[in-house]
Design a binder for this molecule. Structure first.
Ligand code: DLL
Length: 448
C-alpha cells in the first residue's frame, strides 16, 4: 500500500483532508457528534446526568449546535470532586491510558483514553505537525516531558504517524539536548517556548549556534507566550515558531495548532467544539470579541467533556485563513482569567508585562515578577535579564534601561514597578512550564 504523505509540495493525505471540509459539512458533522457525545455522557456519567435532569434537558433536545447553551458547564473542580475516575464514560477495562495534571493548586486531575481516543489524539497531532510544514523525512526532537504530563507522549504518536523520525528525548538535560539536536540533525523541536529559549543560550555556551543547525520548525505550547517572544525565537534561530494549544482535560496538546501563516491556532473543530463566552455571565461574546474559551469534545469516549471552562482568554479570529483550512482560528492564548494579578487594586496580566519588557532593547526573555507586601502596600518588582554588555557599558546605561523598562511597564499596566536588571543566566530556568510570578504577599502579611 502506498501512502500520500504530506510532502513539501503541499498535497495533503487523507488524515489532513478534514482540515478543508466545507463549512456546512463541518457543522453537520459537529452536530451529529455532539448529539452522540451528550447521549454517551447522559447514560454513563452520573454527575452530568443529574445536572441535565435538574435543568430539564435530555440528549434528544439537542437539535441544533446552538442548543449546546442549554447544557451545564463543567469546571476543573468537577474533576477534583470526582477524583480519580468520576467523569469517565467508559468502563476501566476500555481505558488504555491515563495521564494526570497537578495544576497549580490542590489534588491532581486524572484523564483517560480508550484506544479510539488514542487514534483521535494521534490524528489531531499529525494534522498539527503537517500544518506546521512537517512531513516524512523530518527528524523531530520531542523535548516535552514524557510521563503523566500529556506533552511528550501526546506529540509522540502523531509525529510517528506523520512518517517523521521521532527522538523521544523528553525534557531536561540541556547539554544532551544540544548534542542530540546537532548530531542527529533534528529539523524540528517540540517543547515549551521558555525551555527553547534556555536551549538557545545553552547551545551558545557550548559553542553551538542553533542558527547553524538544520532545525527548521519549533512546536511550542503548554504555556502562554507573546508575539514578542516569537520574534525573539525566530530572530535568534531562523526557525518557524508554531503555537500549539491544548489541555489535559480535553485531550492534551492538539486541541488546536497554527499553520504556516502563524495567525493563531486553528481548532480541530471536527473533534472539539468551541465557544467564546463572557467569563462572568456565561453569555456568548460576539464574534471577534475576547472572552473565555469553553470546549466540548465531540469524539472522546473515555472522558468526554461538555462545555468545559478552560479559563483561557482568547477570541475567535473572523474570516478565512490564507492556508485554505476551513477550521476556525482563535487568537493565541496570552492569559488566563485566573492568572490575573491584582496589584494595588489594578488588574495586571503577566503577558502584558512580558510584551512591554521585550519591546525594550537589550532585554532577554527571562523575567520574574515578585510581589511583596511592604508597609500595607503591594510592591511589584520585576527582575529581568539583560545582555552582558549592559553591565560593562558606559556609566548610566543600566539606569537608562531600567528607566525605559519602568516606563514601559507603567504605561502598559498602570502600575509602577521596581525594575532589577540582572546578568544573563541568573534567573532560574524551567524544563517545562515557566514560573514567572512569585507572589509573597500572603507570607509578608503574616509577618509581625
Ligand atoms: O499543557 C498540554 C500541552 C502540551 C499543550 C504540550 C501544548 C503543548 P496542561 O498541562 O493541562 O496541558 O495545561 C493546559 O496550559 O489551559 C493553557 O492555560 C496553557 N496552554 C497550553 N497550551 C498553550 C499555548 C498542556 N499554546 C493549560 N498558549 C491551558 C498558551 C497554553 N497557553
Amino acid at each position: 500500500m502506498s501512502f500520500q504523505w504530506n510532502d513539501l509540495n503541499g498535497t495533503f493525505h487523507p488524515d489532513t483532508a478534514l482540515d478543508y471540509l466545507p463549512e456546512g459539512q463541518l457543522r453537520a458533522l459537529q452536530l451529529q457528534r455532539l448529539q452522540a457525545t451528550v447521549g454517551r455522557v447522559y447514560h454513563n456519567v452520573a454527575l452530568l446526568r443529574e445536572r441535565m435532569d435538574a435543568r430539564g434537558v435530555k440528549p434528544e433536545d439537542l437539535r441544533t449546535l446552538d442548543d449546546i447553551r442549554r447544557l451545564p458547564f463543567t469546571e476543573k473542580t468537577d474533576l477534583r470532586d470526582t477524583y480519580p475516575y468520576g467523569l469517565f464514560a467508559s468502563p476501566m477495562s476500555d481505558v488504555v491510558r491515563l495521564h494526570a495534571s497537578s495544576g497549580t493548586t490542590g489534588k491532581p486531575i486524572v484523564v483517560g483514553y480508550t484506544l479510539q481516543d488514542m487514534e483521535t489524539w494521534k490524528n489531531v497531532i499529525l494534522r498539527a505537525l503537517a500544518a506546521a510544514g512537517l512531513h516524512r523525512g523530518d527528524i523531530i526532537q520531542n523535548a516535552y516531558g514524557y510521563g503523566l504530563f500529556t506533552g511528550g507522549l501526546g506529540l509522540h504518536y502523531g509525529a510517528e504517524a506523520l512518517g517523521a523520525t521521532v527522538i523521544p528525548i523528553s525534557g531536561g538535560n540541556s547539554e544532551r539536548q544540544i548534542l542530540v539536536m546537532r548530531d542527529f540533525g533534528a529539523t524540528a523541536i517540540c517543547c515549551t517556548p521558555s525551555y527553547f529559549i534556555h536551549l538557545i543560550e545553552h547551545g551558545a555556551s557550548m559553542g553551538v549556534k542553533l542558527k547553524d543547525l538544520p532545525l527548521r520548525v519549533g512546536i511550542f505550547g503548554a504555556e502562554p507566550w507573546t508575539e514578542e517572544m516569537r520574534c525573539f525565537i525566530q530572530r535568534e534561530t531562523n526557525i518557524r515558531a508554531i503555537d500549539i494549544y491544548g489541555l489535559s482535560e480535553i485531550i492534551g496538546p492538539g486541541v488546536g495548532s497554527e499553520c504556516l501563516c502563524q495567525q493563531g491556532p486553528h481548532i480541530f473543530e471536527d473533534h472539539f467544539l468551541f465557544e467564546i463566552l463572557d467569563p462572568r455571565t456565561g453569555d456568548p461574546m460576539p464574534d471577534g470579541e475576547e472572552g473565555e474559551l469553553v470546549l466540548t469534545t465531540l469524539s472522546k469516549q473515555a472522558m468526554p467533556m461538555i462545555r468545559y471552562r478552560t479559563h483561557d482568554i482568547t477570541r475567535a479570529i473572523p474570516g478565512p485563513c490564507g492556508c485554505g483550512r476551513t477550521l476556525r482560528r482563535i487568537e493565541r492564548i496570552s492569559r488566563r482569567s485566573d492568572d490575573m494579578l491584582i496589584v494595588r487594586g489594578v488588574n495586571v496580566f503577566p503577558s502584558q508585562i512580558e510584551a512591554a519588557l521585550l519591546k525594550v532593547e537589550k532585554t532577554l526573555p527571562h523575567y520574574q515578577i515578585v510581589l511583596r507586601r511592604e508597609r500595607e502596600m503591594d510592591e511589584m518588582e520585576i527582575r529581568i535579564e539583560v545582555t552582558a554588555d549592559v553591565f560593562s557599558d558606559r556609566v548610566g546605561e543600566l539606569e537608562r534601561i531600567e528607566a525605559r523598562l519602568g516606563k514601559a511597564v507603567e504605561s502598559t499596566t498602570g502600575v509602577r514597578a521596581r525594575i532589577s536588571l540582572v546578568e544573563p543566566q541568573t534567573l532560574q530556568r524551567s524544563e517545562g512550564k515557566a514560573k514567572r510570578v512569585l507572589d509573597l504577599r500572603k507570607l509578608d502579611a503574616l509577618k509581625p
